[in-house]
Write a protein that binds this ligand. Structure first.
Ligand SMILES: Cc1cc2nc3c(=O)[nH]c(=O)nc-3n(C[C@H](O)[C@H](O)[C@H](O)COP(=O)(O)OP(=O)(O)OC[C@H]3O[C@@H](n4cnc5c(N)ncnc54)[C@H](O)[C@@H]3O)c2cc1C
Length: 141
């Protein structure tokens, strides 16, 4: 298992807004679990991103340390590609915000958002009123 110097980890913790989790940390085993419970991989380090800027910070660390990278969105991929063995898992599962530009009719969805969030938006989210009453277009067969 790859280990890191204390200084290296401290620098990463100071750089990211989210959290940095190592195998000895209490939350490690929970965070490396994904939807497919048969996947049992052990990243050397997990960066739980809190904002988009945390991703390049984690990638920079990965390059410096020569680590294999896996990227976790919501963690539902059946093959478990979100979790690597011995590398860095860039975990975006806490990034679940959805923002709708009603004028452009574009939804901006963070990588951790799953269908539960998309189909049941939080009450604070304002959907254009007409969307609710307009039937979805039926794709051609
Ligand atoms: C119960 C169930 C039902 C499903 N139903 C459907 C369905 O109806 N239709 C369908 O199409 N699929 C379905 N899937 C499959 C699932 O939607 C896909 O596997 C999808 O990739 C999961 O997204 P995720 O963000 O959870 O991926 P993750 O497991 O987090 O990641 C999957 C892959 O994408 C990469 N990745 C994730 N986020 C990013 C990012 N932001 N940038 C770059 N790479 C990224 C990861 O590294 C990994 O390789 C289902 C899966 C389950 C478990």
């Amino acid at each position: 298992m790859t280990t890191f110097s204390q200084n290296t980890v401290t620098a990463l913790k100071e750089a990211v807004t989210g959290s940095v989790v190592l195998p000895d940390d209490a939350s490690y085993n929970e965070l490396r679990q994904i939807w497919n419970a048969t996947i049992d991989r052990h990243p050397a380090i997990i960066v739980q991103c809190a904002e988009a800027e945390d991703v390049p910070r984690a990638l920079h660390f990965a390059r410096e340390q020569g680590l294999e990278v896996s990227v976790r969105g919501a963690g539902h991929n059946i093959a478990g590609n979100a979790v690597c063995e011995g590398g860095i898992m860039i975990d975006m599962s806490n990034m679940t915000q959805v923002r709708v530009d009603a004028v452009k009719k574009i939804a901006y969805v963070q990588p951790g958002a799953g269908w539960v969030i998309l189909t049941r938006p939080p009450s604070s989210m304002v959907w254009p009123r007409h969307w609710a009453s307009t039937p979805l277009p039926v794709p051609p067969v």
